[in-house]
Design a protein around this ligand. Structure first.
Ligand code: URA
Length: 209
């Protein structure tokens, strides 16, 4: 069963409160999404393997650690996931970025993939999929399906707010994928928005409403 990691750090919780406010404008919303993504990414990368190396300091030779092993790729789900990329690449600048486009079919709310462009070596990388809102879980499942089809072995899913329904959907369909989130909200409304949530994260990041 996939683990759910809720990042209860006070800075994350404070910034999520600012994000929720309907009076928070586009500029601040975008900055907050990026900052929160950075904090959650800090936890999502906690298990990166290290190897010991020797470095000469001005004083002596130090046995010290650097990240080693498989390389990382971030995959934002278009379009709201793009808002998290600045924050996560601030922590892991060498990571490559793949893009996956998925939209919710308005009537059925089913996920429809319309775009996928990945680094050539994606199968050799560990992948963290990012999307600020894990609502029904349909988009997350479609993105994970695509990664597995491409041969990716180690996948994590990072969001800012999740619903119990979305987490349950991931547990059932992809029990090997851990979820990292800032908070779990009450549930979904009839339009499949997270309640209380933040509204449409994509619109609020890009100012399209
Ligand atoms: N996508 C959003 O942007 N907001 C929600 O509440 C659910 C899905």
């Amino acid at each position: 069963m996939a683990d759910l990691h809720i990042i209860n750090h006070p800075l994350v919780q404070h910034k999520i409160s600012l994000l929720r406010d309907k009076n928070t404008g586009t500029k601040e919303f975008r900055e907050l999404v990026s900052e929160i993504a950075m904090f959650i990414c800090y936890e999502a990368t906690r298990d990166l393997p290290l190897k010991e190396i020797e470095i000469e300091t001005p004083v002596a030779v130090a046995k010290t650690k650097v990240i080693s092993g498989r390389k990382l790729a971030f995959v934002p789900i278009l379009r709201a996931g793009l808002g998290m990329i600045d924050g996560v690449t601030a922590l892991v600048p060498a990571a490559k970025i793949g893009h996956i486009g998925i939209f919710r079919e308005p009537d059925t709310k089913e996920a429809v993939k319309y775009y996928s462009k990945m680094p050539d070596d994606i199968a050799e990388r560990d992948v963290i999929i990012v999307d600020p809102m894990l609502a029904t879980g349909h988009s997350a499942v479609a993105a994970i399906d695509e990664m597995k089809k491409l041969g990716v072995k180690n996948i994590k899913f990072m969001c800012i707010i999740c619903s119990p329904e979305g987490v349950e959907k991931l547990r059932v369909t992809h029990p090997d994928v851990d979820v990292y989130t800032g908070v779990m909200d009450k549930g979904l409304n009839e339009d499949k928005y997270i309640v209380p949530g933040v509204g449409d994260a994509g619109d609020r990041i890009f100012g399209t409403k």
